[in-house]
Design a binder for this molecule. Structure first.
Ligand SMILES: C=C(CC[C@@H](C)[C@H]1CC[C@H]2C3=CC[C@H]4[C@H](C)[C@@H](O)CC[C@]4(C)[C@H]3CC[C@]12C)C(C)C
Ligand SMILES: C[S@@+](CC[C@H](N)C(=O)[O-])C[C@H]1O[C@@H](n2cnc3c(N)ncnc32)[C@H](O)[C@@H]1O
Length: 363
């Protein structure tokens, strides 16, 4: 081969590799490149150990019952997955029903805007985002409502990512991000005009604790909406396939135990909320939320190759391959949960903090 053909072949290979990793690799809403994948706040050489530690939590189920350990375990999980989520999904870490003729990005935004419309947030209101991730929903909600949104997440790496994105989007004057535990929030009583949580309270070992905290920080009369992860009325605890799917979802998503749909309103009432509305947004006529996961299968294989090559080259931390494989399997459990109808990630509940003790009209 002469030197010109050698040069052309080399250039083609380098260009192809760049295209495979950097162009095909990033998510629909670019935020992370494959070459920037990290273990969040965990140093690269400790990613694999932390992944093993994450799994050992499930091997010793007794530990899951030790509720005080859950926030640390969730924090580790988000150090491991945040970059992969951003790279392969976008800045909003949740599902939404598919909308024919609309992109995933638009469907995601509409699902987020519905939350803030339900709590009737007005410009200038102070609204709480419970478990805010890297702030995809927060930015959509602030831009849509012009309310001031304060987000809280247990994961420091997400706080930094969210602040960076807020600044880039020119929304940092409306969006604030705090690192903290939603089971004991650093906010005074009666200090928010509204609150929402999108697929986040499922990480609380006891739903009652996080609902009670949200109730405490809301002003009397304020509304709170949540999109909850639940097992539906189709779930049968004596069906081994149902159990396998639900346990698969719990293990791949750092959940201390999925709740039944029937527990949600009961818990909200227990802490003092008036339940205004409750509906599973996954039910027909909504189009499947899991179709995006199903359609992504080819991209996951490509991502797997990209991650394996980057880890072998020492560009991505070694444990990234294991984390990616775990997510790959989780996508399958989630799809099976959606297809069989035994699981929903969007059981919506809208609640109001009563104005006084006589204000207890329930629906
Ligand atoms: C609310 C939670 C997270 C929900 C979703 C945002 C994530 C659940 C499963 C994740 C993914 C699965 C497969 C990954 C794929 C193998 C990879 O190549 C690219 C990223 C994935 C698509 C990833 C993206 C985010 C999820 C869909 C839980 C944690 C409470
Ligand atoms: C699946 S993500 C959803 C993020 C965001 N709502 C979104 O839709 O993009 C769940 C979020 O809940 C946060 N979280 C879980 N447990 C928490 C806790 N005890 N305190 C604060 N945040 C927590 C995680 O850090 C993460 O940001």
């Amino acid at each position: 081969m002469d030197s010109l053909s050698l040069f052309c072949t080399g250039a083609l290979l380098a260009g192809g590799l760049y295209w495979f990793v950097c162009v095909l690799g990033p998510a629909e809403q670019k935020g992370k490149r494959a070459t920037d994948l990290s273990g969040g706040s965990i140093s690269a050489e400790k990613v694999q150990d932390n992944y093993k530690q994450y799994w050992s939590f499930f091997r010793r189920p007794k530990e899951i019952e030790k509720a005080e350990k859950v926030p640390d375990f969730v924090d580790t999980f988000y150090n491991l997955v945040t970059d992969i989520y951003e790279w392969g999904w976008g800045q909003s870490f949740h599902f939404s029903p598919s909308i024919p003729g609309k992109s995933h990005r638009d469907a995601t935004r509409l699902h987020e805007e519905m939350a803030v419309d339900l709590i009737q947030a007005k410009p200038g209101d102070r609204v709480l985002d419970v478990g805010c991730g890297v702030g995809g929903p927060m930015r959509a909600i602030a831009a849509h409502s012009r309310a001031n949104v304060v987000g809280i997440t247990i994961n420091e790496y997400q706080v930094n990512r969210a602040r960076l994105h807020n600044k880039k989007a020119g929304l940092d004057s409306l969006c604030e991000v705090v690192c903290g535990n939603f089971l004991s929030m650093p906010f005074p009583d009666n200090s928010f005009d509204g609150a929402y949580s999108i697929e986040a309270t499922c990480h609380a070992p006891k739903l009652e604790e996080v609902y009670a905290e949200i109730f405490r920080v809301l002003k009397p009369g304020a509304l709170y909406v949540s999109y909850e992860w639940v097992t539906t009325d189709k779930y049968r605890a004596d069906d081994p396939e149902h159990v396998e799917v639900i346990q698969g979802i719990e293990r791949g998503d750092a959940l201390p135990g999925l709740r039944s749909y029937s527990d949600i309103a009961e818990t909200a009432r227990k802490v003092g909320f008036v339940v205004v509305k409750e509906r599973d947004l996954a039910k027909p006529p909504a189009q499947p939320w899991w179709s995006r996961l199903k359609m992504g299968r080819i991209a996951y294989w490509r991502n797997h190759i990209v991650v394996t090559v980057l880890a072998a080259l020492g560009i991505a931390p070694k444990g990234t391959v294991d984390v990616h494989e775990m997510l790959f399997k989780t996508a399958d459990y989630l799809t099976r949960g959606g297809d069989s109808g035994i699981f929903s990630p969007m059981h919506m509940i809208l609640c109001r903090k009563p104005l006084d003790t006589d204000d207890h009209a329930q629906t």
